[in-house]
Design a protein around this ligand. Sequence first.
Ligand code: ASP
Length: 439
Amino acid sequence: MVKVVKFGGSSLASAEQFRKVADIIHSDESRRYVVPSAPGKRFAADTKVTDMLYGCYELAAKGKNFDKEFDAIKERYYSIIGELNIDIDIEKEFDTIKACFIGKAGRDYAASRGEYLNGLVLAAYLGYTFVDPAEMVFFAEDGSFDSDRTFAAVGERLKDIERAVVPGFYGSMPNDTIKTFSRGGSDITGSIVAAGTGADLYENWTDTSGFLVCDPRIVNDPQPIRTITYRELRELSYMGASVFHEDAIFPVRKAGIPINIKNTNKPGDPGTFIVDTTSQKPLYTITGIAGKKGFAVVNIEKDMMNNELGFGRRVLEQFEKNGVSFEHMPSGIDTMSVIVHQSEFAEKEQEILAGLHRNCHPDLIDIETDLALIAVVGRGMKSERGTAGRIFSALAHAHVNVKMIDQGSSELNIIIGVNEKDFEKACNAIYEIFVLQRL
Ligand code: ASP
């Protein structure tokens, strides 16, 4: 059995966290490949090392003095090394990094050093081999991730290494410069190492015990989700639920490797399993609730609209031409509503409206703003009657006016549009009817 274990920034923010991480790794010998993030926040007002590096490099790029900022970064590592008595000398590394900053080696290079250094320190602490992802995580000329080349290189590089630490977040371009993934991208490296080594499980260690049915800032003390499918997760993360980087799904999904989100501070908690398919029924019919504010609806009315061939296409064309993507498009016989991100739409509003008038000749166009969308997601909805009914009666009891409903043919989710001011109330009402009343 081979497990790839990725530890997030908060799991490696201090010496104390390093100790917990080492205990977790040593308690299971199948945890052979370790992917660390850069040290994160030790307390709420703290700064992540990645952000310190970005800040420091910004000064360097402007030719300003960055000694103080650089020393603060050094201090983060030296406090860990000192407290744990790790036998490693990284002063030379800092010299090289500083010289590269002065030589303007690039923002990505700068940010990547957080993971690089943490990888060196962790490898020394664990007694594992350090492997630089620059040697095996590749981007193509256009900056996209080169998956085929990478998976092959990771498999080859790690096949004879029993235990290794591979820093997260970055790889290299064809010209050997360093490139990072987007923020939070160490999750992606973990997934790549799991896929490349053909691991049995990808454990992603963070500071929460997996996903929760709803955002704890909206619902008080929400229940954890034990098992979620990739598709459900995609629906929920699209609607704003975040714990895991979305792009991290693809490599393991392709290789059929399950992911287990675990809590470094509570290693005994089962966490959440993310799987391709499962026979396990979700405990509460629904798997999760997520939502976002900031949408607008453009309502278009035209008599006999449904007889007019190409009407929908012409409507959407006006949005496309202006680079505004639509989220949903519920329609009636003589009406069509296009739901868009309010801020994106506001920039191009008059161009789009003029285009609609000129090309679609509607009887009426009316815009509603400040809409929130809520996704109620669950593989269990398909096999159970009355889910939609329960949602809407819960919302009616909570005096929430539903402005839009959209149920995809997969029956995996129901999207509900409500006024922004009703957003929290609506999420709580749905949570209560499915979860609280089942407890
Ligand atoms: N350290 C990087 C960030 O803060 C990447 C990561 O932690 O996954 O975004």
